[in-house]
Design a protein around this ligand. Sequence first.
Ligand SMILES: [Zn+2]
Length: 306
Amino acid sequence: MKPNTIARSLRALALSAAFAASVLSCVSIAEAGSGIAAASGVITTDQAASITKVAGAVEKTFEDITPEQEYYIGRSVGAQVLTTARPYDNAAASRYVNLLGQSLALFSTRPETFGGYHFLVLESDAINAFAAPGGLVFVTRGMLRLCSTEHEVAAVLAHEIAHVQFQHGLKAIKTDRLTSALATIGTEAAKTLGPAELKEVTAQFEGSISDITRTLVNSGYSRDTEYEADKGALAILRSAGYNPAALLSMLTVMKTRLKPGAPDFAKTHPDPQLRIDRIQRQLGTLTPVVENPQAKARRTRALAGI
Ligand SMILES: [Zn+2]
């Protein structure tokens, strides 16, 4: 192709790209552009592939994470959590929390995840609960001790399930890190990476895991994220036949027990009163939380030693 023909076709391409910008994503423009340029011999096919890849990387968000990747990320977060926390060795409590949690998850907007929902009681007196991506939910003995009805246990778990359903954990990964990790992992290029490059990718991926763990355990989500999880929890509780007002009674108890500055729920969640005010507005008239005798028997049997 003659140089002026190339210039003309590139100009035409730039023009059509400008018009297309409002309706197409950068990825598709880059794909189309690099495809045409490669076909016209301006760049090699390898260069075209790399332009497409780089443009694609710019667009990477947590939404590009596949359910399988979410599962592996969540599992690594869980493993990192367990380097500092010990599981509570009590089969009855574990069975109860899993049965209740998995039943509640069925009423969420994300009843199924790649690896399923799993609930683990942690051997800790701290008042805490958090969820890793994909459905690994942790709740401490200290938190379960505060629950005086099954509705309240359900309220705690439903709030964590809502974090999973909205993929809040994945959103905690810093975008630049996600971009570089996802751009390389799962691409054809990853198959030919040398040991040094592979190490770099692994480090980037580890960075994502640390971002999530740090958010869950230390810094917490934003207030709006927590309010969204509360709203999701109310919907789950209602659909599953639990009294959503239990989230309020739970927060009221927590308000009196949480100490500001403690390394627990107080550190990672907004002031319970702020959440109470909002939930009250969303619920309107409240019906008292009453635990039926079967639920009470079930809960006290399972959580007797809590
Ligand atoms: Zn939360």
